[in-house]
Design a protein around this ligand. Structure first.
Ligand code: SF4
Length: 193
């Protein structure tokens, strides 16, 4: 049987779903290839951070157990045992590997000072100190004890909190407690299950 390079590539593109021009099914070979890619990887179960559906994912990393080797994420896929998504992921969730391995990913807090046009890196300690100082000053300056009718309200209308979808349930619980204790009434988060 004559098999051209073009025929071979055509079959490779189809992915071995059907019997090939070689006369046998390539599907098991492709399954084996995929198996090899993650064969020595460590599985970590996690949750997609993008939206409140909270689909379960499995993150595969290589190099976790070797000395002096930085673990490297090699594959991310839907968790077939997860009750929410049963192994499926939407296109955004399916791109998670690029979210993790992205040279533009921010790894440090940044601040843009008043009047500045650029963002500057800042340490976590400094960021927390600055946020705490600004929150205290803003609250001290603007706290409302009584409304226009003289009714006690004890609220802080000048601070708002918006939580992202990467926040866990537990984190959101603590945020709501903390913000309510400060009198913040404008707070929103994306509840996770
Ligand atoms: S995979 Fe899609 S639907 Fe599921 S949590 Fe992520 S973004 Fe939401």
């Amino acid at each position: 049987m004559e098999t051209s390079r073009r025929d071979f590539l055509k079959v490779a593109t189809i992915g071995g779903a059907a019997a090939s021009v070689f006369g046998f099914d390539l599907a098991p070979a492709y399954a084996q290839l995929r198996e090899l890619k993650i064969a020595r990887a460590t599985e970590t179960r996690s949750t997609c951070p993008y939206c409140s559906v909270s689909c379960g994912v499995i993150i595969y990393t290589l190099g976790d157990k070797a000395k002096n080797v930085t673990p490297q994420v090699v594959h991310v896929e839907g968790d077939p045992d997860h009750p929410i998504n049963r192994g499926t992921l939407c296109p955004k969730g399916a791109s998670l590997e690029q979210d993790i391995l992205n040279e533009r990913r921010l790894l440090k807090p940044q601040v843009r000072r008043p009047g500045a046009t650029d963002w500057e890196d800042i340490s976590w300690d400094k960021a927390l100190d600055e946020i705490a100082a600004r929150m205290k000053k803003t609250r001290d300056d603007t706290f409302v004890e009584k409304d226009a009718n003289g009714k006690t309200v004890n609220r802080c209308e000048s601070i708002a909190w918006a939580g992202g979808c990467t926040d866990t349930n537990e984190f959101n619980y603590l945020v709501v407690k903390a913000m309510r204790s400060l009198g913040v009434c404008y707070l929103e988060n994306q509840a996770r299950v």
